[in-house]
Design a binder for this molecule. Sequence first.
Ligand code: SIN
Length: 299
Amino acid sequence: MAAVLPTADLAAHARPQDFEILSLAESLGAQVVGLDLSQPLNAQDFARIHRAHLDHHVLVFRDQRITPQQQVDFSRRFGPLQIHVLKNFLLAGNPEILVVSNILENGQPIGLGDAGHFWHSDLSYKEAPSLGSLLHAQELPAEGGDTLFANQHTAYDALPEALKERIAPLKAEHTYLAKYEELRARSPWRPKLTDEQVKEVQAVIHPVVRTHPETGRKALFVSEHFTTRIVGLAEDESQALLEELFALSEKPEHLYRHAWLPHDMVFWDNRSVMHLAAGTPDHLRRKLYRTTVEGDTPF
Ligand code: SIN
């Protein structure tokens, strides 16, 4: 009987694959066509994907017929995976996967239906936020359900010089709880958090402008969903500055809008982009599986 090889050994023995990486939009996004993620990637193919992820910030892997475990295995090539605080929406048998879905079964939600309702970078409320997230389409609506991405490098680059200087030394608070009660009031997806869950998501402080640890590029790192205040500024000044930065970070020239195709897997860089779920009509079903890879503490 053949021995079962660990993932690293499988990758070492993997055959090269023939695939293309094609740009999707000027500001960000590329699609990867012809790559099969159910097979382990060899070192050269992995290096090509890694480079493309750094260059394009959002990669769309077309037509991936992969199992949840294969999604987990591929995601782990980029780093340790993070487990979401809403344990009730973790996939049975694969707790590294958060189910993102508006589907109710027997009146109960099977996933987090309002994930991405506000612009955000995943898990920015942690000391070590997410490097990147991978979202694999399981069931898509006939209309709606798009995901928008905003390039925070180009958003930063386009700021007036005076504003760049003003925000250079600033830090901001991020908390998972910022919009939690507002979302909970209008959706069936937000259970009351236990004391333990609240402890797990203590507020953290991050720089307003972060430096990408692999490319050295600067990016805006504040979001409507999780950033509550700029440290050291009066409440009204902090709010006004955050609103100004939110508006500049979401300008159309920094955006890519992803209209999902069956079996797409999208892998975005949370150090470079923010994202937003555009919304799905209530009567249509949408289900995706998300993994998040742990990143560095922002600097
Ligand atoms: C998310 O914010 O991770 C979910 C995005 C989406 O459902 O389009």
